[in-house]
Design a protein around this ligand. Sequence first.
Ligand code: AMP
Ligand code: MG
Length: 496
Amino acid sequence: MSQPLATSRIPFTNSYVGLPDRFFARVSPTPVRGPRLVRLNHELALDLGLDPDWLSSPQGVDVLAGKHVPEGAEPIAAAYAGHQFGNFVPQLGDGRAILLGEVLDRDGRRRDIQLKGSGPTPFSRRGDGRAALGPVLREYIVSEAMAALGIPTTRALAAVMTGEPVMRETMLPGAVFARVASSHVRVGTFQFFAVRRDVEGLRALADYVIARHYPAAGETERPYRSLLDSVIAAQAVLVARWLLVGFIHGVMNTDNMSIAGETIDYGPCAFMDAYDPGTVFSSIDEQGRYAYANQPRIALWNLTRLAETLIPLLSNDENDAVADAEEALNAFAPRFEAAYHAGLRRKLGLTGAYEQDLLLANDLLKTMAENRADFTLTFRNLAAAAAGEGDVPVRALFIDPTAFDAWADRWRQRLAEQPDGAAGAADRIRAVNPVFIPRNHRIEAVIRAATDRDDFGPFEELLSVLARPFEDQPAMARYTEAPEPDERVLATFCGT
Ligand code: AMP
Ligand code: MG
């Protein structure tokens, strides 16, 4: 592991390059013509111990655009494999992303700094290694919104325009996204070594991940089993949190699932407006494999693929190893359910836990689905209903408002049984139910303004609203609204 360079502008201390050569390809970003900073995340830069003023200077922007490789960086593209929509691809890898290196943040945590859209790598296949401005803005907005909601996620350090067009269905402005992650190790990284029967590579990867993400697993008698347990637990909680805010990842391929348990690789992702468990946005997800309510099942499917890769490490006896993996996987459902059910109770402002709570929550969701009620606003507006400020705002979200009334009677009875009655419920509801989410029609409007008119005002405004998702911001009330029929966005595109 190299020492941080005190003199360097970015004090890199890189560890992934210390892994064997077959884990990655050394490759530098391809310089671009006219870098122009769209936005730097000042707070995140400070968290990383970086100087925001330097990062937004011409030299800093050259680094963020991949035009200049800074001192201490050891740029690489990582190798990985993955199941894409269920089909196994033995070699994927960073085809349009380059890891510059790692830094230790102010809390001493190791964070990757990666440039996405920084030019071709040996893993690009037919792709150009570039990114269009639209998907970069989408990832910036949604990942920062997730962070503000308290959900584990990669972060947006910067977006930079390259001054070069990229060819998609049409010519679009090109951009580079500077992303920060706990690491970029994926389920697909394990699959890369497993499919090659490279047990030594697998062991080196597992040891690396344990040291970096799950040090407690390293202290147990069976570190690889503990590693598997830890990843399963992290993903179970993560997916529960997605469901609780109405988030749909859109491409939960195994190469898009982080071993560290962060939301990663935002592509055709979206938050749903009206509650419908079958909601799909991604234009390429024709079967609804990654539909909203399917996400827990798919997470378990992906984790099963991870468990399979670990078989050679779990035991010398294959039968024992398989039984071990199955036991670990069996913990997913109860873990997920515990997190999801506790979250639903919190969303309803309930304290304590009764068996009927789940029925109460599910009946609300069912009524919401039947009445096309907005997911975010229904829960948020329960606060006013609990506070005795009126049921009008929440009722109005239901096609048949009386359907809400029948449910609300039962809910109020349940609240009345709590020590603080309904009084404390309103604050609890507001604390966990956001009023602002990155609604898809708003993101599309931001992308259109930036791409068609070079206007980044809407981008800045949306980001500032989403930075405080639980606070009523009366001047920004229009951002709470669901799309009008003509604003509704039905499909999102990878379009990268
Ligand atoms: P994704 O589903 O967007 O995470 O990407 C899946 C795979 O395709 C990864 O290996 C990416 O690196 C690669 N890829 C996607 N877009 C491009 C591109 N424009 N150029 C090169 N590789 C790409
Ligand atoms: Mg990906």
